[in-house]
Ligand binder design. Structure first.
Ligand code: ADP
Ligand code: MG
Length: 254
């Protein structure tokens, strides 16, 4: 039995008194492409941020490739996981945000090599060719010496994807990667993600792009009010949503 790439069990997260994740459980297998959909404020971003340890959880557990990232006991006390282990486990995941978060003072190529150079202490001779290959892959090799401010939103997001890939993650998390883009620029970013999916990258994609979710995702998770309401094969969920809340949401979106 191999472990799932991601196993979240009964994840609870509060901000102050407000519980925004109310017991979220989800397994993601190797090579799965999972779309997470749901209304604004339903906890989609918070869930992704918990998976990559940008937020701490109050109850439940998260394992990445069988390794514990966080776990609480029955009393809700966190079990101790050494900081070095947390960092190592989190490095298995790359994340792409709505607002790109590129380093503005670095060129495109420098954006890609910064983290591998500092974190992996790899050699420049090894990293640069890899980074250049990734830029070719996302169609931005000719922009390698440009600064982010010279790029379109779609180009910035493709750099952000390439930058995450430069750390050679096993899992990619995307939080509404096209929501900040003009409609004519979403296609190039979605195509880059589609290509990754075809290479069997394990991916969780929070998105409002229903066509993308239907075509590219194997499974779709509908979140509402801090819980997973439905998680089913994409084709099934779009064809025949089971829950009235899923149905109401899809009617508004499609
Ligand atoms: P979604 O991504 O589905 O739109 P979020 O995960 O961003 O939802 O937010 C879920 C809920 O948690 C919202 O009510 C939001 O206002 C709240 N929230 C998110 N981040 C914070 C924070 N840092 N502090 C307080 N409340 C937060
Ligand atoms: Mg969000």
């Amino acid at each position: 039995m191999t472990s799932p790439m991601i196993r979240a069990v009964d994840v609870h997260k509060r901000f102050g008194p407000v519980e925004v994740l109310k017991g979220v459980s989800l397994d993601v297998d190797k090579g799965e492409v999972l779309a997470v959909i749901g209304p604004s404020g339903s906890g989609k971003s918070t869930f992704l941020r918990c998976l990559i340890h940008l937020e701490t959880i109050h109850r439940g557990s998260i394992e990445i490739e069988g390794e514990s990232l966080v776990a609480t006991d029955a009393q809700g006390h966190c079990k101790y996981v050494p900081e070095a282990d947390i960092r190592r486990v989190c490095r298995k995941m790359g994340m792409v945000f709505q607002h790109f978060n590129l380093f503005p003072h670095l060129t495109v190529l420098q954006n890609l090599i910064e983290a591998p150079l500092t974190v992996k202490t790899a050699r420049l001779d090894d990293i640069v060719p890899k980074a250049e290959a990734l830029l070719r892959k996302v169609g931005l090799f000719d922009k390698r010496n440009s600064y982010p401010s010279r790029l379109s939103g779609g180009q910035k997001q493709r750099v952000a994807i390439a930058r995450a890939l430069a750390m050679e993650p096993d899992i990619m998390l995307f939080d509404e990667p096209t929501s900040a883009l003009d409609p004519e620029l979403t296609g190039e970013v979605l195509n880059t993600m589609r290509a990754l999916a075809e290479e069997h990258m394990t991916m969780i994609v929070v998105t409002h792009e229903m066509a993308f979710a239907r075509e590219v995702a194997g499974r779709v998770v509908f979140m509402d009010g801090g819980t997973i309401v439905e998680a089913r094969p994409a084709r099934e969920l779009f064809a025949a949503p089971r829950h009235p809340r899923t149905r109401a949401f899809l009617e508004k979106m499609l």
